[in-house]
Design a protein around this ligand. Structure first.
Ligand SMILES: *[C@@H]1O[C@H](CO)[C@@H](O)[C@H](O)[C@H]1NC(C)=O
Ligand SMILES: *[C@@H]1O[C@H](CO)[C@@H](O)[C@H](O)[C@H]1NC(C)=O
Ligand SMILES: *[C@@H]1O[C@H](CO)[C@@H](O)[C@H](O)[C@H]1NC(C)=O
Ligand SMILES: *[C@@H]1O[C@H](CO)[C@@H](O)[C@H](O)[C@H]1NC(C)=O
Ligand SMILES: *[C@@H]1O[C@H](CO)[C@@H](O)[C@H](O)[C@H]1NC(C)=O
Ligand SMILES: *[C@@H]1O[C@H](CO)[C@@H](O)[C@H](O)[C@H]1NC(C)=O
Ligand SMILES: [Cu+2]
Length: 330
């Protein structure tokens, strides 16, 4: 095979493109750290994180990789946790030169599904029955419409957090923690051209836990969803211009948070924030209440290839021919 210079440059370009995006590199819970492995590489540590084959996003709501990420493999081990524990997910970019999570636009949601084995290490999640326990959208009251995802954007060692329901019944569960990056979501996903920089970017990440205790909280059967299945490419929260109507509640895709999550009768401390299907809602744990409200980054003064310009909120309707400048770092 002969390579022309142009082919070589194109290859380089696509390689560096792929290495942006990102994945969950480690999870901490109760002071324990569980490292993950590197996407696409042979595992070197026993992890609780199901390893995916690439850090590039899953495209298309019907893609089978919406389940747990691209070619997700069962992980070797699991974390022992308790109801009410907060799990901290450390998202990183795949680019060693800019290792921190590169997106700031779009929701973060967390689902659980019961495993059918003792500890999830052999469980195939393809047909899992998922229920939602948490969803974070825009930062409440932020007049620029910043998303909670902005709090982990480009930040060193600031994890995304999910609190297990304080009344969660014991047993083995897959935790599916998902970012949907929406910076290109106003350009409809094209199934004929799935690798184009169009549409929402799904970043599901699955981890294996065994919950202890003796609580009884569980979803009702009508709260279960399949993934893929719970989303379509035309959902209001997936085919959306995230830079418009920033003061409006975000219509989260997927099911509402399972009713037991915030309705339980339990003794562990919990905040009284009422859940709602359209505003940011999460069960708060007393230890992880503090929120960092990141300042909006200002546009770079030069127009050079600032890879973070997806922070810039274009004014008015977006002209696709100029939007790419804002959407850098797809
Ligand atoms: C998971 O459970 C299986 C079946 O009980 C057991 O053989 C295996 O050792 C367990 N894995 C770990 C990491 O404990
Ligand atoms: C899970 O089951 C599906 C078929 O239902 C199969 O295609 C897939 O390879 C299985 N995944 C793993 C990790 O075993
Ligand atoms: C429930 O579990 C807690 C902690 O493991 C224990 O202290 C308590 O006695 C248990 N309650 C019952 C009714 O088993
Ligand atoms: C909650 O539990 C307490 C004590 O176990 C009980 O007295 C109370 O009625 C329960 N409340 C609800 C709403 O179930
Ligand atoms: C997650 O929790 C940690 C520890 O409580 C906190 O420092 C961090 O700011 C939280 N992350 C977000 C995005 O709120
Ligand atoms: C940046 O872009 C704007 C609008 O396209 C243009 O007016 C301006 O001259 C550019 N600045 C630089 C430094 O290229
Ligand atoms: Cu990306």
């Amino acid at each position: 095979m002969t390579f022309t210079l142009i082919q070589a440059l194109l290859l380089l370009a696509s390689v560096s493109q792929v290495s942006a995006h990102g994945f969950v590199s480690r999870i901490t819970v109760n002071g324990q750290t569980f490292k993950g492995n590197t996407p696409g590489e042979k595992p070197t540590v026993d992890s609780i994180i199901r390893l995916v084959s690439a850090e590039s996003p899953v495209k298309g709501a019907a893609n089978s990789a919406v389940n747990c990420g691209k070619n997700a493999q069962q992980a070797a081990t699991f974390a022992k946790v308790q109801p009410g524990d907060t799990m901290h997910f450390f998202w990183v970019s795949g680019d060693p030169d800019e290792p921190f999570w590169p997106h700031n636009t779009g929701p973060i949601m967390t689902y659980l599904a019961k495993c059918d084995d003792d500890n999830c290490t052999t469980f195939n999640s393809t047909n899992a029955k998922w229920f939602k326990i948490e969803e974070d959208g825009r930062i409440p009251g932020n007049k620029d419409g910043d998303w909670e995802q902005n709090n982990i954007f480009d930040a060193k060692n600031v994890p995304s957090n999910a609190t297990l329901p304080a009344n969660l019944a014991p047993g083995p569960y897959i935790v599916r923690h998902e970012i949907i990056a929406l910076h290109l979501a106003q350009f409809p996903f094209d199934p004929q051209d799935p690798t184009a920089d169009k549409g929402a970017e799904f970043y599901p990440s699955c981890a294996q836990i065994v919950v202890g205790g003796n609580q009884t909280g569980a979803p009702t059967t009508d709260e279960f969803v399949a993934l893929p299945g719970a989303y379509t490419d035309k959902d209001k929260g997936i085919l959306i211009n995230p830079f418009d109507n920033v003061d409006q509640p975000y219509p989260f895709p997927g099911p509402p948070i399972a009713a037991f999550v915030n309705a339980g009768n339990f003794t562990t401390p919990s905040a009284s924030s009422a859940p709602s299907s359209t505003t940011s809602a999460r069960p708060k744990s007393s230890s992880c209440k503090s929120k960092r409200y990141a300042k909006r980054r200002t546009p770079s003064s030069s127009n050079s290839s600032n890879r973070y310009q997806d922070n810039v909120l274009p004014q008015g309707p977006i002209d696709p021919s100029v939007a790419w400048g804002y959407m850098a770092r797809a």
